[in-house]
Design a protein around this ligand. Sequence first.
Ligand code: CAA
Length: 257
Amino acid sequence: MPQTLAVEFFAPGVRLITLQRPQALNALNTQLLSELAAELADAQADDGTRAVVLTGSRKAFAAGADINEMAERNLVGILNDPRQAAWQAITHFNKPLIAAVNGFALGGGCELAMHADIIIAGEDARFGQPEINLGIMPGAGGTQRLLRAVGKSMAMQMVLTGEPIGARHAQRAGLVSEVTQPEFTVERALHIARNIAGKAPLAVRLAKEALLKAMDTDLASGLRFERHAFTVLAGTRDRDEGIRAFQEKRTPTFTGQ
Ligand code: CAA
């Protein structure tokens, strides 16, 4: 049983993971990151899980890496940091992941939110990379994913000053897709997750993979991957079912085949 997470299941096929280290504003220590990685591995292996929502508390999605734990690690400790394996597992999660962010999403917390495919933010959410204030810099994708999400000027400003931005600002910049009242953030994320969970799983998986390719490949390679994925889906039963259901004016029943 995880000690730092709560896990709930919603039909059809949605898993809600809530970070729970309130005493440290959900700071990401080794235990929390390892438990999160294990939970995502479980969700990935479970055919019944079609989408995952990740959230924190009203005050903090996550306030970054656990600074007290960081204080105990020297250079050798960082080179052999067990949290790296956890971050890798989170990075390679291949089902839809939606972050419902209220309050602080700072440092590793902002980086964790950026691992999600979709970010829904409460209007009081604050996104920032304050590592520079500690004499360090982002180390879990913060320079790379933030720049791709908000562009060079905004990413430079955030990373070099450490100043956070609010939810509306983050939405205008492209980091967040929707802003809600804080009490509805999780509900809205669950609604989107349920919608995605009803789609054909193979199409969802390949569409996610193709969209992520656009972040790290050139256009010609990305288009080749898209064409290949599109062709693979042409041979699936779910494609036949989707088209037949349209013609018969009914809701499709997808089986993942
Ligand atoms: N690590 C460990 N503990 C943390 C923490 C963190 N990142 N963030 C907050 N806490 C703890 C505080 O120490 C405090 O504990 P005590 O009650 O025992 O003193 C508790 O959580 C509540 O925090 P505050 O009293 O500070 O709450 P606040 O509302 O006054 O301020 C805050 C909130 C602005 C988020 C402030 O806590 C803060 O600046 N936290 C640090 C944010 C930060 O620098 N994050 C980046 C970390 S480095 C990183 O993330 C690198 C990486 O991943 C690669």
